[in-house]
Design a protein around this ligand. Structure first.
Ligand code: DGL
Length: 263
């Protein structure tokens, strides 16, 4: 029987991950859960984020998923080192993102951009240092970037100005690679590139998860699906704004009507 891959995020930012995976694996079905009703997670405590996360993993299990991906960086920090949930493979974005950043940078001068919760947890820094003890890691919380993306301020001088402030220290320290440690940041990759120039590589969760999933398929850990694919986007609150934003973020990948669910 065909089973979907479950993906969860605090809101719609994780659609940046779903979009990459849907394109890379055109046969696979996906079930996405965006916890819009309780967004943002980035300013909440680890205990609260974990409580929300466990409810969502239970929801995804009920949808009969074959694997679960925590696309939300803030949520990934509280499930670090956990590779399964009740027998179902569980992936987070921190470990594959860190490995990709180390592979991408020769000098291992790595910057991490994230929400306050992600930066406060030091999950990326600790994982990077475990993988490459000589790495130099600079972390920066960027709380203003999520609302700017939610308001659609993409390729916008205000976003560029805010990004410039947040990136200043990393530019001074000449980092060579930056992990976009938040689901929303790939949407403003051009604004970030304008500030950083072309020499700094950006690591995005969608790409690293696509590689990780490809390995799991090749190793036979996950069975490939063939046949009619289905992409479900479920959210815990629904407004016209979110409906529009979801279609914009997934464009040109078609998604059906968003489903409102109660956890
Ligand atoms: N999805 C969150 C993350 O990747 C960003 C939005 C939020 O703060 O909930 O950390």
């Amino acid at each position: 029987m065909n089973k979907p891959i479950g993906i969860f995020d605090s809101g719609l930012g994780g659609l940046t991950v779903l979009k990459v995976l849907a394109k890379k694996f055109p046969e696979e079905s996906f079930c996405y859960l965006g916890d819009i009703a309780r967004l943002p997670y980035g300013n909440k405590s680890p205990e609260t984020i974990r409580r929300y996360g466990l409810q969502i993993l239970k929801f995804l299990k009920e949808q009969n998923v074959k694997a679960m991906i925590i696309a939300c960086n803030s949520a990934s920090t509280v499930f670090l080192g956990e590779n399964e949930f009740e027998g179902i493979p569980l992936l987070n974005v921190i470990e594959p993102g860190s490995a990709a950043a180390i592979a991408a940078s020769v000098d291992h001068k790595i910057g991490v951009l994230g929400t306050s919760a992600t930066v406060r947890s030091h999950a990326y820094r600790d994982t990077l240092l475990k993988m490459a003890p000589e790495a130099q890691v600079i972390e920066q919380a960027c709380p203003l970037l999520v609302p700017l993306v939610e308001e659609g301020m993409v390729n916008d001088p205000i976003t560029e100005l805010v990004a410039r402030r947040y990136l200043q220290q990393m530019i001074e320290q000449q980092v060579s690679t930056i992990i976009l440690g938040c689901t929303h940041y790939p949407v403003i990759r051009n604004d970030l590139k304008k500030v950083l120039g072309d020499k700094v590589s950006l690591v995005e969760s969608g790409d690293v998860l696509a590689q990780k999933l490809a390995t799991l398929f090749d190793q036979g850990v996950l069975a490939r699906q063939s046949g009619n694919r289905q992409i479900r986007v479920c959210i815990t609150d629904l407004t016209d704004h979110f409906e529009r934003l979801a279609h914009q973020l997934m464009h040109p990948e078609p998604i059906g009507q968003l489903e409102r669910v109660v956890l």
